[in-house]
Design a protein around this ligand. Structure first.
Ligand code: DHB
Ligand code: MG
Length: 209
């Protein structure tokens, strides 16, 4: 999107409070990678979760907690975000972010690799946000569809992967993972899906059976 239009949308529709701004800027200060979602992507998640009246959400990849704050704020006071994070430093930053934003009571952070944690979880989530490492994305898709309730949402960040989704010369495991996820989301009969071209692309899937 044109930079001026992007700023217009962010300022009008996705303003951050001081906690969100500090958490976003804190990624660099804490030495975390600068790969968090954007404000407009956070607001997209927020609106979608409000649309379906989400109460229980699962996130794969907490990073510094920025997306988790957007998600948790969309949930009712007794709602629950379960978020999985493998890197101890990221997990510490995320927990600090949840406290800073005042939503820590709604969040359960499970430390470990997604593929170790996911088999222990029971179905019934209203939505799953997939935003972790890219190589295992086809397996994350399978877990997400298993864990989300019928009618629930599976959202996946980085549908475009900075253009690698359509660069067939990029044979990296991460790019292959993104392309495999996109094919599954587009063709698996258990979901209906589309990509929303916000930031790096968000795959939006509804579980229909
Ligand atoms: C990158 C960006 C992401 O949003 C992510 O989830 C993983 C990696 C990246 O820019 O490499
Ligand atoms: Mg991402």
């Amino acid at each position: 999107m044109d930079e001026r239009l992007q700023r217009y949308v962010n300022e009008l529709f996705a303003p951050e409070d001081s906690a969100l701004t500090r958490i976003r800027l804190g990624h660099r200060e804490r030495g975390l990678p600068d790969i968090h979602i954007s404000p407009d992507e956070g607001k997209l998640l927020y609106v979608l979760l409000r649309l379906i009246g989400a109460r229980r959400v699962l996130e794969l990849g907490a990073l510094g907690g920025y997306s988790g704050v957007w998600i948790a704020r969309a949930l009712p006071a007794d709602g629950r975000l379960v978020t999985i994070e493998r890197e101890p430093a990221h997990a510490r930053a995320a927990l600090a972010a949840f406290r800073e934003a005042g939503i820590a009571a709604k969040v359960e952070l499970l430390e470990g690799a997604c593929l170790d944690v996911l088999p222990r979880l029971d179905p019934g989530f209203d939505a799953v946000f997939v935003d972790a490492d890219k190589e295992p994305l086809p397996r994350y898709f399978e877990h997400a569809v298993r864990l989300v309730r019928p009618g629930g949402l599976v959202l996946c960040d980085n549908a475009f992967f900075h253009g690698a989704a359509v660069d067939e010369t990029d044979r990296s495991a991460a790019a292959e993972g993104v392309r495999a996820y996109n094919r599954l989301a587009a063709t698996d009969p258990r979901v209906v899906s589309i990509v929303v071209p916000v930031r790096d692309g968000v795959v939006l899937s509804v579980r229909v059976r």
